[in-house]
Structure formats: structure tokens, C-alpha cells
Ligand binder design. Structure first.
Ligand code: PEP
Length: 250
């Protein structure tokens, strides 16, 4: 089964609205007419409006980097799923390792956010991945299985229809180190097995599993030409229109 690849930018905490506007003014013409892959940009919350406005009428889609699971209320500084859809987001990144590492995100909070994202019709990109010590200890497989099983708990295949997974080995994020295409393909196959046991074989066959971790123009083709790799989640190299375009056009 052929799965359309997704090239997603995670801008993390970079770019003011003005810088986001400048990026889009350069990037939109560069990406015009590119339909082979789905292009998603996930800026900081305050940039969503300007990115959505500049992406309107193009094939570029917009995502957020997180959401909170309550609908509304006294939750200072949090953002709900409905706020994101209302602002023009189709996608949301969940469980990024930086959220897990610095902001107390756990497998269970990822699961709560995922349920709400699915309910709201957003397409979640759920991030999983092992830290260096876990890889060295030979427990990568257990870590990935646990992260997937807990994230998927209590969610039906129908509700999770738009979900994608990003396999991001934490030791490869922002470090310049990348998993070899073979390492990534192995992890992706395992994640697909977990998806099959949670949601069934048909679901697993169409699930898109992205790779993330120091993807750049120089290594994009090696990674993205693997049939098990259904796209890339790109941090650092997504911040400049020319390098992101080179990745999009791998
Ligand atoms: C990320 O933030 O998801 C990421 C993969 O970052 P980088 O591409 O900079 O390693």
C-alpha cells in the first residue's frame, strides 16, 4: 500500500509572527505545485494565525505543537483543541520528547491529549522515541512498545483515523546524529506492529510513521526513500525556507 509522505516542520520556540510571515512569503512560492508529499508547518501558537493566512489557498497545512485536554476553563496559558481548529490548524504534535523531558509530559498525559485531538478532528502526530541510555541498555523495543500502547489506550481505530506517529530517537534530536535508515526502518516496523495490535492490521497498513532527528537536506533522501519511512518531522532544518524546501523536495 502506498502512503503519501508527510514532511512536517516543528519550529519549536523559534520565530516571532513577523519572522513567520517572512518565512511563509519565501517558502510558499518555493513549495508551489509540490503535491507528492503533504507539507505541514507547526509554528508556536502565536504564529498560527499568520502561517494559516499565508498557507490559505496552497497545499501547505498548519499544525500546533501541543494542546490541553480540557475544553475551556481556568487553565491559565493552556490552549484547547477547539482553539486550534478555530485558528486554522489541521494537525497537532503530541508527546514531543522536549515536552516529556522539560514539562512533565508522560505516556498518560499524551493519551489524554490524543483522545481530545481525535475527538476534535485534528490529525495528531504522536512522538515516541528512546533516549540514549535506553538504546545503550538494549531496551529501545520495550520503550517504543510501552509508549505506543499507553498512548493508544482506549482509542478506537475510527477515532484515530487521522493519526500519524513520529519516531524520534531522542539522542538524534538537535544533535546532528541520525539513526541509520536501517535503524529507523526497524523501529518503524515495530511501531506498526503495536498499531496493528491496538487498531487492527488494516489500520496499521495505512498508518504513516515519520522519522525525526537531525533530518537535513543532506540525509533526507536516504531516509525518505525507505518504504517504511512515511515522512519526516524536522526541527532545526525547517527554520530556513531554502533548507526546508530541499527536504520537501527530497
Ligand atoms: C524535532 O524537533 O522534532 C526534531 C526532530 O528536531 P531536529 O530536526 O532539530 O533534530
Amino acid at each position: 500500500m502506498s502512503r503519501k509522505k508527510i514532511i512536517a516542520a516543528n519550529w519549536k520556540m523559534y520565530k516571532t509572527p513577523e519572522q513567520a510571515r517572512q518565512f511563509m512569503e519565501e517558502f510558499v512560492p518555493l513549495a508551489a505545485g509540490h503535491t507528492r508529499d503533504e507539507i505541514v508547518i507547526c509554528p508556536p501558537f502565536v504564529d498560527i494565525a499568520v502561517v494559516a493566512e499565508k498557507a490559505s489557498g496552497t497545499a501547505i497545512e498548519v499544525g500546533a505543537q501541543n494542546l490541553y485536554w480540557e475544553k475551556e476553563g481556568a487553565f491559565t496559558a493552556e490552549i484547547s483543541a477547539e482553539m486550534l481548529t478555530g485558528a486554522g490548524c489541521k494537525w497537532v504534535i503530541l508527546g514531543h520528547s522536549e515536552r516529556r523531558q522539560y514539562f512533565g509530559e508522560t505516556d498518560d498525559t499524551v493519551n489524554r491529549r490524543l483522545k481530545v485531538a481525535c475527538e476534535a478532528g485534528l490529525a495528531p502526530i504522536v512522538c515516541v522515541g528512546e533516549v540514549k541510555e535506553e538504546r545503550e541498555a538494549g531496551i529501545t523495543e520495550d520503550v517504543l512498545r510501552r509508549q505506543c500502547a499507553r498512548a493508544f489506550a482506549g482509542i478506537s481505530a475510527r477515532k484515530a483515523a487521522k493519526m500519524a506517529i513520529a519516531y524520534e530517537p531522542v539522542w538524534a534530536i538537535g544533535t546532528g546524529l541520525t539513526a541509520t535508515p536501517e535503524m529507523a526502518a526497524q523501529a518503524h516496523a515495530l511501531i506498526r506492529q503495536e498499531a496493528a495490535s491496538a487498531f487492527g492490521d488494516d489500520y496499521a497498513k495505512q498508518l504513516r510513521i515519520l522519522y525525526g532527528g537531525s533530518v537535513k537536506p543532506e540525509n533526507a533522501r536516504d531516509l525518505l526513500s525507505q518504504t517504511e519511512i512515511d515522512g519526516a518531522l524536522v526541527g532545526g532544518a525547517s527554520l530556513k525556507p531554502d533548507s526546508f524546501t530541499k527536504i520537501v523536495k527530497w
